[in-house]
Design a binder for this molecule. Sequence first.
Ligand code: NAG
Ligand code: NAG
Ligand code: NAG
Ligand code: NAG
Ligand code: NAG
Ligand code: NAG
Ligand code: NAG
Length: 832
Amino acid sequence: MAIRKIGVSFIVLVIVSIRCGHSAFTPADSYLIDCGSLTNTTIGDRVFVADVSLSSTLTPASNNLANTSSSSVPSSYGTALFQNARVFTVPSSYSFQIKAPGRHFVRLYFFPFVYGSYDLTAANFSVSTQDVVLLRDFQPQAKSAIVKEFSLTITLDTLILTFVPSGSTSLAFVSAIEVVSVPDELIVDTAKIVNPQGKYQGLSGQLLETVYRINMGGPKVLPNDDTLWRTWDTDQEFLLDSQLSRSVNFSGNINHMPGGATEETAPDIVYSTATELAASSNTSNARFNVTWQFNVDANSDYLIRVHLCDIVSKAAGDLLFDVYINTWLAAGDLDLSSMTLQSLATPVFIDYVLEADHASDRLSVSIGPSTLLDVLPNGIMNGLEIMKINGSAGSATVITPLGSKKNFVIILVPIVGAIVVAVVAIILCLVLRKRKLAKQYSKTWVPFSINGLTSHSTGSRTSNGTAFTIGQNGNLSYRLPFVVLQEATNNFDENWVIGVGGFGKVYKGVLRDETKVAVKRGNPKSQQGLNEFHTEIELLSRLRHRHLVSLIGYCDEKNEMILVYEYMEKGTLKSHLYGSNLPSLGWKQRLEICIGSARGLHYLHTGQAKAVIHRDVKSANILLNENLLAKVADFGLSKTGPELDQTHVSTAVKGSFGYLDPEYFRRQQLTEKSDVYSFGVVLLEVLCARPVIDPTLPREMVNLAEWGMKWQKRGELEQIVDSRIAESIRPDSLRKFGETIEKCLADSGVERPSMGDVLWNLEYVLQLQEADSSSMSEVDSINRITEISPLVQNISTSDTTPVREVGTSVLNDLSDVSMSKVFSQLIKSEGR
Ligand SMILES: *[C@@H]1O[C@H](CO)[C@@H](O)[C@H](O)[C@H]1NC(C)=O
Ligand SMILES: *[C@@H]1O[C@H](CO)[C@@H](O)[C@H](O)[C@H]1NC(C)=O
Ligand SMILES: *[C@@H]1O[C@H](CO)[C@@H](O)[C@H](O)[C@H]1NC(C)=O
Ligand SMILES: *[C@@H]1O[C@H](CO)[C@@H](O)[C@H](O)[C@H]1NC(C)=O
Ligand SMILES: *[C@@H]1O[C@H](CO)[C@@H](O)[C@H](O)[C@H]1NC(C)=O
Ligand SMILES: *[C@@H]1O[C@H](CO)[C@@H](O)[C@H](O)[C@H]1NC(C)=O
Ligand SMILES: *[C@@H]1O[C@H](CO)[C@@H](O)[C@H](O)[C@H]1NC(C)=O
């Protein structure tokens, strides 16, 4: 069969337009073609060039141009682009010189109409590039304009778009074409797999077809108002029940942060509007989900990008909510502020992949309130993109221009048989590969075993209820029967809750022998929690120290994940500093608490063969017993899941903001010195008795570490000391304390002292405080010495305890964020 080919070689028409209102991303390649038109068409600030003016090699216009006078093209793009079309009765292609290989948007515009003998409403055709089929047997019958957007990575120096009518009687057409460069970072390589949870890798090479792009709670965004000329639709028509939600419109500025979403990720108008749960400010009566539902093709993988920006909270940490995809929990107790260094109105996005095995022809995305008790029920979503992965992979028909720019004839060899064989082979390959991938995931995820405690899956954990020991050297941790804990906590009485976090709730409990305990009950839904759970049992049963909160037992019956700790009567150090009615602590009490916690941390760093890095040192993780003895808590877990070896989105460095080591944040390399930094912030907090981040204060005061260092560097730290203790601090003691803080907060880790040095310095601060009043403090010092000696012993004896390596890299999968609130991760630094 001889066919005619249109070789359109475009002289590049890169229109570098500085567009007002945008931080202009300038695409290296930008082809805007108004197909079948005799005149250029200007849309907003972009000029779509008439394809007749681009090449002298077109077939006679009358043969393949079509136009309509219909001025009522139903389209939000305006009618101009849709009133002309180029019609193909034989396979034909456009080729584009690509200057900058990488990710590009290819947008194809269609509007079917009847023109003479051409009935475009009956068109049936495929469109492909050299590698992939973009549209297969596509029939744009709809009486409205259609824009198909694809995002693909182009590696060759030419992109060839081929239009192939399906069958000999059908025809193909196109109204306009865009081929535009996109920042490569727009699509990150990895995403979270929704179910079963896991990591999807290799997105950056994939063809993506945009199926929905939604601006929640806001107006439709047209290409000229978008940083990458995308269109964002409104969400109203997708809401299952619009009564349950309301729109939010934010008038302040959107604060972009490095590592978060950029202006190219989505325009500010997307982030400054949102749909939120229509909960009243009334606490209890808003326990419902808001759901958006979309029609999709089953049998395809989808990339679901959720755009989030907390424009509703008054303070960081106020907003915690759940995100579901279909019925699966995608993010539980999501705390945006912990992804954004506590700043509000900072945009982030999270990518999920829903695999074809789980797709049906309805895809729903929901937000729902956190089930935690101490947060108001709310939830928001700012934007949503749903992209089909490998839109329609398969064998592509490519009509390659054969050198000549003139009309020419190419022969399509009848190789249909060969093509069929190839297609079958490719499909088989894909299927097999996918199975294999799926297997790998289940292999790496499910079984988990720690000396003798083996579990195969959440469903089959052993539950014989007999107690046995784990750990060595007499470090006993017992498996406790569930009924015992039910009894101890008055059947998990909500009134006995003493704390809540991402992992679950913490209850006060009393065992039969009158031992008071803290019972942390994990959310059984979380598979990742299971891994953390086992790791925490293993590690905690080996780390024993007077200044570390110890594990008494655990329960894994009936899919429960319960950890039982010693009860710390006086609660957190933080609650004794501010925000409660507890009596103020004196300077000496505060110093002793600091010294105790420093000992606990020093033991973590040096007491084992490999250093253990706490990662979430803060005043809320320092607990006090009835004698105000400080113990470090929540030195949770390292995960062993496969998603650990790499970062996901560049957000989520772990830890708590305000305490977070800026060097760790910058370099993402964790050392013990990050704990030292955080501890320096705790010391300041102890001195000043105010929150480490307080957004209600004037700007320069918001961050305690900055504010404190400013005064320390001026030598006037006394100006900001908690007024309740200011009188009693001796100047020498304060000076030394300030110097210690300053060293801990040094910019670079190598300049910071070790925890051992910090401990020594704090002891010295205490001596300076007591120096003059030695006569009255003899008793105290003796007490102190007796306190120290058993500890020294403790450190040296436990040196021999072997510790299993638990994964050396840290990582920042967003799901960790909420988890880390209760279970900070415990990391053994490499190379020690
Ligand atoms: C369309 O614009 C291109 C580039 O700006 C120009 O070369 C061409 O002459 C224009 N064509 C018409 C028909 O105005
Ligand atoms: C359609 O194109 C023909 C020439 O090909 C022209 O004479 C006619 O005016 C055009 N009609 C419209 C509505 O643009
Ligand atoms: C479009 O073409 C394909 C391939 O020839 C055919 O299988 C399909 O039925 C056609 N669709 C319509 C609506 O004619
Ligand atoms: C948001 O509020 C501004 C003024 O406060 C208004 O101009 C704008 O139209 C509003 N946007 C939406 C989507 O309601
Ligand atoms: C909470 O809602 C209930 C019922 O809707 C209402 O009676 C009560 O006054 C509300 N409380 C507050 C503080 O708004
Ligand atoms: C929200 O939807 C999820 C998934 O369907 C469900 O498990 C959860 O219970 C719902 N939450 C509320 C408050 O209805
Ligand atoms: C998508 O297509 C690319 C190349 O076209 C291929 O390498 C990849 O395996 C495909 N992925 C899926 C999930 O089909």
